[in-house]
Design a protein around this ligand. Structure first.
Ligand code: NAD
Length: 340
């Protein structure tokens, strides 16, 4: 098969080549998929996309005109893909439903520890020959109540690690029937109760109509004074303007974000020497209690290997005219829960 990889980063190429084992004709391009670049798909059997590619109705129509009927995304999240339209146009979409929940979970914990122990400030001080510790007093994770919003694969992995730290765990998940996850004692409660009682809140739901701006002024107002919030899920789950307001008022103690609601066109790109025209992001970048990483929670060798392998598994199923178990169906992801 002939496959075009949109938004392909340099670091991915060797992993994708290795996973292909010369089975398919592959081409990597740096350009993201959008209405302008969709024409490049002509002559390919499959296209592969990433989280920031625009796979909305107009783009899907161009793909159909180009007779491209298969899309595989190198991600768990499908919030950038109009699945309903794809199915309507007979275009199959597959994802990588699980590559390494541990990679994202470990990054989540790294963000918690970096903020709780003032690691960035300490490093900055040392580089300036300031070895004083007056501004570096942190707090223990042990004994803290951590609220996990979305107790799926990543949320569970976070819970396992936090159990070892001696944290009390609160969980909120739309699937309310989960009482205990294996031997990890997560007490399931309402979103409001979790927000009122947690010292640290970490978000692990997909982005959907229901979760967009789930963390807004109202919920932020309920949270404990000095709470830490970590978001390694999707930026738009938090209303950025609302959290900035609560960070400015010092109600929110610290905020770790690996994702940002307007990250498209900003993250994954080197902007050295150029100003980023985004007032909210500039404000967050200037705050000492805000830690930003550029959507790298997934980015470990183990995860990238698995993403490449699953991507080629999806492609090889299609090459053999069989169905990949990773094909996204409307029943699995109802129209209501998808946003693009
Ligand atoms: P998952 O499907 O295993 O878990 C998601 C959980 O969220 C499920 O238990 C589900 O019931 C719950 N949920 C869904 N809608 C909800 C709602 N409205 N309210 C409360 N709970 C809800 O997915 P996962 O593998 O744990 O991944 C979670 C998300 O993390 C992905 O959708 C993706 O957006 C994000 N992610 C980010 C990175 C990164 O690099 N930063 C990497 C991978 C995944």
């Amino acid at each position: 098969m002939k496959i075009l990889f949109y938004s392909c980063k340099k670091f991915e190429e060797s992993y994708l080549e290795k996973a292909n084992i010369n089975r398919h004709e592959i081409k990597f391009i740096r350009e993201p998929l959008n209405k302008t670049t969709a024409v490049l798909s002509k002559g390919y059997d499959v296209i592969s996309v990433f989280t920031q590619d625009d796979v909305t109705a107009d783009v899907l129509k161009i793909l159909q005109q180009n007779e491209v009927y298969k899309i595989t995304t190198r991600a768990v999240g499908i919030d950038n893909i109009d699945i309903k339209k794809a199915i309507e146009l007979n275009i199959k979409v597959a994802n990588v439903p699980e590559y390494s929940p541990e990679a994202v979970a470990e990054h989540t914990i790294a963000m918690m520890l970096t903020l709780s122990r003032n690691i960035v400030r300490a490093e900055k001080q040392i580089k300036e020959y300031d070895y004083s510790i007056d501004r570096l007093i942190g707090f223990n994770l042990q004994g803290k109540t951590v609220g996990i919003i979305g107790v799926g694969k990543i949320g569970r992995s976070v819970a396992k690690i936090l159990k070892a730290f001696g944290c009390q765990l609160l969980g909120y998940d739309i699937k309310k029937n989960k009482k205990e996850i294996n031997d990890i004692p997560v007490a399931f409660t309402s979103l409001e109760n979790l927000c009122r009682n947690a010292d640290i809140i970490t978000i692990h739901t997909p982005l959907s109509e229901e979760t967009k701006y789930m963390i807004d002024d109202k919920l932020l107002s309920m949270m404990k004074y000095n709470v830490m919030i970590i978001n390694t899920a999707r930026g738009a789950i938090i209303n950025t303007k609302d959290i900035i307001k609560h960070l400015k008022s010092k109600h929110i103690g610290s905020f770790g974000m690996d994702v940002y609601e307007k990250e498209k066109g900003i993250f994954f790109i080197n902007h050295l020497g150029k100003k980023i025209e985004d007032e909210d992001l500039e404000t967050l970048m200037e705050m000492p209690n805000v830690l930003i990483t550029p959507h790298i929670a997934f980015a470990t060798v183990e995860a990238i290997e698995k993403i490449a392998e699953t991507t080629f598994h999806n492609i090889s199923c299609w090459a053999k005219n069989t169905i990949s178990e990773n094909e996204v169906t409307l029943s699995a992801h109802s129209e209501k829960t998808l946003i693009y």
